[in-house]
Write a protein that binds this ligand. Structure first.
Ligand code: ADP
Ligand code: MG
Length: 562
């Protein structure tokens, strides 16, 4: 039927559109990258669904993207013969933002174009970036295998129309009706330049008309022939020396749906029991849904160049959930499913190999590019810390990568490694001392530190939520036990000299009546009251039993309602 319906955008879509148009205008070329990226994803999806249902290819197996323009109509067309969308999918994908954390994201927006541009980049601009250059967008799409197609049209203001139409070929065609002043896009030279710059890594051909050439007598030959503008081979299959920095970065933006450059990457072909290629990236910024259990993004699994799935659980451990990129296996069966993944020993081997690559990449950054590592730590340190408890096999390697504040810290960044700490240990010291607290200030001002200050012994100040988990799993490092300064009778070992022991004895003697009184007053509320010579400024402090929960953990659990 020719019935046209008008539907409203979700409120967030309206907001996003407004903001994007204003804040990303200076970077407007990226709309083409985003639309090509979607077309490429659609080709991946068709290839995968086509494994089980070859009829979806409709006798048109060559996947490609085509770009063309009509100078007179002032339109630009981006078309693909990928999976396409059903009517319901159009509504779900193009009229709403289904991403988890959307609400929280919008609450962060400030109205300051510069700041917001950054945030929007993190959020991912995607399809809507078409409205940076277009004042009307017409999307016509037919899902592979379906009989009818859907046309979606919008001016990007607040609503869109939907209509059922005919479309011969499967896939999606997007027509951008350019805004006034965007005519420079109506040029082969300009468009090919943008495609080569941002989308060379796309693995299927991006075709455009060859354009005019000159004959023997200087006559203009107008050709309708098409040619691929990009290299059209999967980036990760190329040799390292054939890939430029820029290409690595653009590929990252495509796989990660990110707007900002990655911080670092590892690219390797691995041979042995399992043959695979990995191209894994560390983003430069944490996604807004890093701590969201519903998050959907992870590492993409390919089998012999065919996209199989994006996985958030099996290919990377939880503590490396920020890693993005692709793993392309030569050995796994093409029909590998989520269920098979769960069980597969082969996947375990690939995952172990990839974890080692990522840890190696981080070790390299920390040793050779400390500033970059500090950036990494700022964004993902909290998450990496989880690894100490999660990944027994790599515990020691992860522990070396940790950064802490300590009583010797001066800057505002945690920079102390456990190795540094051990290097600065006092003669006779055989433990790594730490204190946990809710805040860094509370840790720093704890009376428990007084004796350590007096003796010039460094103490790690742990104020992150995850730190309790770290010290609960990391009992020692490099043969040195980790010891809370707020627990037990605090055995200072060889750090204690005769004078200390003498002082302690005296205090115990002289304070006996006071201790008895206090013990009586507090009755059952404390286990024990002790006199100590260790406090130099404070009159008293609380100590947890050697085997009890720390006071800090107890507070955390209470706050969590446990
Ligand atoms: P993202 O690519 O990060 O998911 P986009 O805004 O770019 O976000 O796209 C939203 C969704 O719209 C995609 O996830 C996809 O489901 C759908 N989509 C967009 N373009 C196409 C296309 N050319 N073919 C099929 N589906 C598409
Ligand atoms: Mg996209």
């Amino acid at each position: 039927s020719a019935l046209k319906e008008t539907l409203g955008f979700q409120t967030e879509v309206k907001q996003l559109l407004q903001l994007m148009i204003h804040s990303l205008y200076s970077n407007k070329e990226i709309f083409l990258r985003e639309l090509i990226s979607n077309a490429s994803d659609a080709a991946d999806k068709l290839r995968f669904e086509g494994l089980a249902k070859p009829e979806l290819f409709e006798n048109e197996p060559e996947l490609k993207i085509t770009i063309g323009y009509d100078a007179e109509a002032r339109t630009l067309t981006i078309a693909d013969n990928g999976i396409g969308m059903s009517r319901d999918e159009v509504i779900a994908n193009i009229g709403t933002i289904a991403k988890s954390g959307t609400k929280a994201f919008f609450e962060q927006l400030s109205g300051d174009a510069k700041k917001d541009a950054n945030l929007i980049g993190q959020f991912g601009v995607g399809f809507y970036s078409a409205f940076i250059v277009a004042d009307k967008v017409t999307l016509t799409t037919r899902r592979a295998g379906d009989a009818v197609a859907t046309r979606w049209e919008s001016h990007g203001a607040g609503e869109y129309t939907l209509e059922q139409v005919e479309k011969a070929g499967r896939g999606t065609e997007i027509v951008l009706h350019l805004k006034e002043g965007e005519d420079e896009l109506l040029s082969d030279w300009k468009l090919k330049g943008i495609v080569r710059k941002y989308s060379d890594h796309i693995s299927i051909p991006i075709e455009m008309k060859k354009g005019n050439s000159y004959g023997e007598n200087g006559e203009v030959i107008v050709s309708d022939e098409m040619e691929a503008v990009n290299s059209a081979s999967a980036l990760w299959t190329r040799g390292k020396s054939e890939i430029s920095e820029e290409q690595y970065k653009e590929f990252y933006k495509h796989v990660a749906h990110d707007f900002t450059d990655p911080l670092a990457w590892s690219h390797a072909r691995v041979e042995g029991r399992q043959e695979y290629t990995e191209l894994l990236y560390i983003p430069s910024r944490a996604p807004f849904d890093l701590f969201d259990r519903e998050r959907k993004q992870g590492v993409k699994l390919y089998v012999r160049r065919v996209f199989i799935m994006e996985d958030t659980e099996k290919l990377m451990p939880h503590y490396l959930r920020f890693v993005r990129g692709v793993i392309d296996s030569n050995d796994l069966p093409l029909n590998v499913s989520r269920e098979i993944l769960q069980e597969s020993k082969d996947i375990d081997a690939i995952r172990n190999g990839c974890v080692k690559k990522v840890l190696g990449l981080l070790e390299d950054l920390s040793a050779n590019q400390p500033e970059k590592y500090a950036e990494f730590w700022q964004e993902f340190g909290q998450v990496l810390k989880e690894g100490v408890g999660e990944d027994m096999a790599n515990k020691e390697r992860i522990a070396k990568l940790l950064r802490f504040f300590s009583t010797t810290s001066e800057g505002v960044e945690p920079t102390v490694t456990l190795g540094d700490y051990i290097g600065r240990m006092k003669e006779g010291q055989d433990k790594i001392y730490y204190i946990t607290a809710d805040t860094l200030a509370a840790a720093k001002n704890s009376p428990h530190l007084e004796v350590f200050k007096k003796k010039g012994v460094e103490v790690l100040l742990l104020a992150d939520r995850v730190d309790e988990w770290v010290v609960g799993s990391l009992f020692e490092f490099d043969g040195k036990a980790l010891q809370s300064v707020a627990k037990g009778a605090l055995d200072l070992g060889a750090l204690e000299d005769e004078a200390d022991k003498e002082a302690q004895k005296q205090v115990e003697e002289s304070a006996k009546p006071v201790v008895e009184k206090v013990q009586k007053a507090l009755a059952d509320r404390v286990k024990e009251v002790r006199a100590t010579a260790r406090l130099t400024e404070s009159p008293a402090c609380l100590v947890a039993g050697e085997h009890d929960m720390s006071a800090h953990l107890e507070r955390m659990l209470k706050a969590a309602g446990q």
